[in-house]
Design a protein around this ligand. Structure first.
Ligand SMILES: [Mn+2]
Length: 347
């Protein structure tokens, strides 16, 4: 990653000092990195800086990563369940922080409130092509594993932490380790020298990694593994261009009682095959499929998502949406659409 500029840190430090009420935000369908980075920054702002903090998210925290926020639930407000409270918190804050997303569009129902707010705005993110116009300070770095990692490096530079990870609140340290671990898929993707330095510093500061791993990977419900079996055995298709895709329609999601977060990591599985260059997972939602794309080195998941799935993200890991009936006329057309566009993408 490029070095973090000292002047920017000084600016951030005074911006925090001058603020009283802070709102932290993250993207729709929050993952471990979104929840970890907002929780970690909230604990720092509260415990070290004495600020009043609210974490405002479009959607609730999935059960599968709720261990990160245990005992901290009262800091959270969700657009899906209490839009008025979100409006009030955003309207009353003097500093608004964007974590783990690059454009207010990624906050869905909160988009308008966040972009129209008069508060000062700070972005800490690791996605490609950030929309930075609205922001007073931007920390945008793609050569990091996660928003949690970027936030860690920023916190370490702040004077009251002074490169000593043991000065971070315990909740911050734990949440940073958890978010980095989920975004790297436990050190499998996007690991940089600084990522391991972060892990080392947090371990030395007393973070219990074994407990975090157990919370992330060993607490699922049985339905997840049963569905994973079905996905690999029956749903996965592989094109002759080396694209693996899995389409999960509503009947399957209902039959397996799938909750938010329970298909986490499925999209990575087909990459285990030598012949697979790119993997695409579609999950049916209200008026669209939610799309996840992962690719191997040399193939751009980001580009494919931008071209055909209304999305983007990172070079080898991207998200998006396929709208019905805007992009395809019917949910049953998804397979045909994927075959057609990926054939075009690789020719
Ligand atoms: Mn992330």
């Amino acid at each position: 990653m490029k070095p973090i500029e000292t002047e920017k840190i000084a600016l951030l430090d005074s911006m925090i000092e001058e603020s009283r009420k802070v709102v932290l935000t993250a993207h729709m369908g929050p993952d471990g990195d979104a929840v970890g980075s907002t929780t970690a920054l909230a604990a720092y702002l509260e415990e070290v800086r004495g600020k009043e903090v609210k974490i405002v998210l479009p959607d609730p925290v999935p059960e599968s990563i709720s261990f990160i926020t245990e005992g901290y639930e009262d800091r959270f407000i969700f657009g899906k369940t209490d839009l008025e409270a979100c409006r009030e918190a955003i309207g009353n804050c003097d500093l608004q922080v964007t974590l783990d997303y690059n454009d207010f569009k990624r906050t869905g129902i909160l988009e308008e409130m966040l972009s129209e707010s008069k508060a000062r705005k700070l972005m800490i993110d690791h996605h490609l092509n950030p929309s930075t116009e609205a922001f007073d300070i931007v920390f945008s770095e793609t050569q990091v594993s996660s928003a949690c990692e970027l936030l860690f490096h920023i916190l370490m530079k702040l004077p009251d932490i002074g490169s000593d990870a043991s000065k971070l609140p315990k909740r911050s340290a734990d949440a940073l380790m958890a978010g980095m671990t989920t975004d790297t898929n436990n050190f499998a993707n996007s690991v940089f020298p600084e990522t391991l330095q972060m892990a080392s510093a947090l371990l030395a500061a007393g973070v219990d990694r074994a407990e975090i791993l157990s919370n992330i990977y060993n607490k699922y419900r049985e339905n997840r593994l049963r569905l994973m079996g079905l996905a690999l055995k029956d749903l996965m298709k592989i094109t002759d261009k080396g694209v693996a895709y899995i389409v999960m329609r509503k009947d399957v999601l209902d039959a397996y009682d799938v909750r938010e977060g329970e298909t986490e990591g499925f999209v990575n599985l087909p990459l285990a095959l030598d012949k697979v260059r790119m993997s695409i997972l579609l999950k049916q939602e209200d008026d669209h499929f939610r799309v996840s794309i992962r690719s191997k080195k040399g193939v751009s998941a980001n580009k494919c998502s931008g071209l055909y799935f209304n999305g983007g993200g990172h070079e080898m890991a991207a998200g998006g949406r396929l709208y019905v009936p805007k992009d395809i006329s019917d949910y049953g057309e998804a397979e045909k659409y994927i075959e057609k566009v990926t054939d075009e993408f690789f020719s």
